[in-house]
Design a protein around this ligand. Structure first.
Ligand code: FES
Ligand SMILES: [Fe+2]
Length: 398
């Protein structure tokens, strides 16, 4: 079993926080100061005249808490990969919006549960881990649950009254699959499926062969910036590429950069410059799915980026790299290893450059010299669309 895979939205909460329902999170009282800050961004102002959200959105712990309930507990959040739960009994666990969850393969059915024992609230598995099991046995007093969440065993309950085991199964969470990825949605309401919300990105990625890939490697980057700083960096329509990533610029034809935006996703695409560059290939597709996952398909590669808030001014970005099966099958082991090593090195360089600038931005956001900025309207429309969707969800909550 591997520990510390990732924790969505923050380090381990106290036991009291863990048993809070999503509903109670949603009714959290919001201070007048935060309400005013949230309302400062007017969703009706077009990108040409709009300012960026106030720096408080990237700094204030209360706004970070608000995002848990208004955003991360309401939307489809990417939490892992299908290959992690391919076999019966395979599971992984983590945290989203302060809520511990388990995703498990139960025969043909993929299930999600709150990772909270119905006895005294302990986690059934390590908070962030993965493994394979035929049942979940609570490490505290041994209450045992089947893979479908049913309570099947609870010792020493002689004399208990008004108790029916069938009422004490694990609480379910909505789970969805999109291509090679797994999403969960903590909403207590029935919501549109992840494949409905992200139908167009799914079709575009299918055309690019994302169903015929094998997972290669996971790399995690802890960052000293608010999660939205990383998202903003990703969504600026290639604006930063020629300045921040000079090595990448030579491989991408920036003049072909095209951005399509909607409320829930954006698609950025560009053609490759150097057709001999196997890593980038002829074209690149960069897809952002609100709020916190990106899927990048270029050449034979795909990488996915899960942006995991870990505090108001920190996050971790989890990169999963996939490679086309055709390339894996047609290259010698030695050539393949060399190609993988060099490609991951190039990707790491881009990520290090983005890390550096995101941490620089966070430092600037904390400065008294900065409150709001502006958008370059011809390129930063996806940033504006992201802020608009976020503002709508936050404003509906205060
Ligand atoms: S807390 Fe799980 S059995 Fe007691
Ligand atoms: Fe970048």
């Amino acid at each position: 079993m591997r520990r510390a895979v990732f924790t969505l939205l923050g380090p381990r909460s106290s036991t009291k926080q863990l048993v809070k329902s999503v509903a109670s999170l949603q009714s959290r009282t919001v201070s007048t100061k935060v309400k005013d800050e949230i309302k400062r961004w007017d969703v009706s102002i077009p990108v040409e005249r709009a300012s960026t959200p106030p720096s408080s959105w990237f700094l204030d712990p209360e706004i970070y808490q608000l995002e848990r309930s208004a955003v991360f507990a309401k939307n489809w959040i990417c939490v892992g990969r299908k290959d992690q739960v391919a076999q019966n009994g395979q599971y992984f666990s983590g945290m989203v919006a302060g809520e511990p969850y388990i995703v498990v393969r139960d025969g043909d059915t993929l299930r999600g549960f709150f990772n909270v024992c119905r006895h005294h609230a302990a986690q059934l598995t390590p908070l962030c881990g993965q493994g394979c099991t035929d049942k979940f046995v609570c490490p505290y007093h041994g209450w045992t649950y089947a893979l479908n969440g049913r309570l099947t065993k609870a010792m020493r309950l002689k004399g208990i009254q008004d108790f029916k085991a069938k009422d004490f199964g694990l609480k379910p969470i909505q789970v969805g699959e999109l291509g090679p990825l797994i999403f969960i949605n903590l909403s207590e309401d029935t919501v549109d499926g992840v494949e409905t919300v992200f139908q167009t990105p799914h079709v575009r990625l299918q055309e690019k062969g994302y169903l015929d890939l094998s997972w290669v490697k996971r790399v995690e980057y802890p960052m000293k910036c608010n999660w939205k700083v990383f998202v903003d960096n990703y969504l600026d329509g290639g604006y930063h590429v020629e300045y921040l990533h000079p090595a990448l610029t030579s491989n991408l034809d920036i003049s072909t950069y095209k951005t399509t935006v909607t409320d829930m996703y954006s698609i950025q695409e560009a053609k490759g410059n150097d057709q001999s560059d196997k890593r980038i290939g002829q074209s690149s597709l960069y897809i952002y799915m609100y709020p916190s996952v990106m899927i990048n398909k270029y050449g034979p590669w795909m990488d996915t980026n899960m942006v995991i808030p870990t505090g108001a001014n920190s996050c971790t970005v989890v990169y999963d790299y996939f490679l086309e099966n055709e390339m894996i099958n047609n290259m010698s082991d030695a050539d393949l290893q060399l190609f993988i090593t060099e490609s991951l090195k190039a990707s790491d360089q881009v990520q290090q450059e983005d890390n550096m600038i995101c941490e620089s931005v966070q430092t600037g956001l904390e400065s008294s010299a900065y409150d709001v900025g502006r958008y370059a309207p011809g390129v930063e429309m996806a940033d504006h669309a992201f802020h608009r969707t976020l503002a709508k969800q936050l404003q509906a909550h205060v």
